[in-house]
Design a protein around this ligand. Sequence first.
Ligand code: AMP
Ligand code: MG
Length: 415
Amino acid sequence: MTDDRGVPQATGPSGLTPVPEHQARIATLLPPARAESRPLADCLDLALAEDLVAAIPLPPFDNSAMDGYAVRSVDVAEAGPDDPVTLPVSEDVPAGRIDSPPLQPGTAHRIMTGAQMPAGADAVVPVERTDAGTSEVRLHASVQPGAHLRRAGEDVQVGTAVLHAGVSLGPAQLGIAAAVGAARLPVRRPVRVLVLSTGSELVEPGSPLRAGQIYESNGLMLAAAVREAGGEAQLLRFVPDDVESFHAALQPHLETTDLILTSGGVSAGAYEVVKDALAGNGVEFTKVAMQPGMPQGCGRYRDGPAVVTLPGNPVSSMVSFEIFVRPALRSAAGHHRNQRPTRQAVLTEPLEKTSAGRRQYRRAVFDPATATVTPHGGPGSHLLSAMAGANSLLEVPEETTSLPAGATVDVILME
Ligand code: AMP
Ligand code: MG
């Protein structure tokens, strides 16, 4: 089957490309990004490219878990609230003291949290259970051997993989990397995405609007979505519906772009600039069994960067990005967790679907407290304000035409 421009069309049972098939095509367009070494401070939200194996134990040495007194537990066995044991204090051991004089029997070392335990001591009496003396100390509590100390290797043993390849590096992951002494990490480069909107009706926000014009919103929205997904976005804003301007806008960026992401100009009307420019230049256009977001295209621009052409209606653009582009971008950037979290939820009101044979993604509000979901705004793909008030996408399967209140549905969480 071909479309009206002679472009081959993949077909499902309905003559439309199934959603998973178009997802797979886009995923194969974006190969894994190359790995590079970056300083820890520049790794936030990137994916680790190789396992990080600990070269030191954590803690690196036995140390005190409390401010108090390092003792031999046998020396304070008789101590109680009203019967203190008094010991001479022979050393003061703040955190960071690197020599470690051993503890002589019948004495105590004043010790701070994180300071090395002296050889010979087997427990710490917290300062709160003492008179806090500095030359001698009255200890009002006995302690079990091992009390209030942290053993070397209790958290991490040498040779353990503390982080695995494919993990997304958030604050806690960067914390453990620093704790085992890593100054740099091998990470996958973020995918470089060029975002370009098309439409002669578009005007930059901030300029006056004339009749027939609208403010351009897809560019900013998609660039933000790329960044939120962990990609590097370059926003070209927009070009008019003119094939020459479209090609000219791309030229300076071809060497530094992994993915060209366009919006608009791919449906069935005249002046479909993206279709006109890219059919015959490596991009195939197709109709996907989805609502919103039926007209889609993808390929490689003149054997160069990958291309994904999203529809122009803002909601179609955003939903298509979520369903097709975001998972592929995250996989290419090495993130094992490339999907949004999903939940099953109970529908609070009945729902009708007119687009039979197409999978529908309705903007919705998911309530985690009750595990319910409520459609937010209608199915129209121009209803951007409803999208801005939603926190999820409610998935209505291809074959379903209506759902009663109380039905269990799948929900994709967007935040
Ligand atoms: P198109 O696919 O180019 O026919 O566009 C479909 C609808 O989306 C039209 O109403 C366009 O005005 C609108 N649209 C296309 N691109 C944008 C954009 N970048 N920002 C806002 N609306 C757009
Ligand atoms: Mg257009």
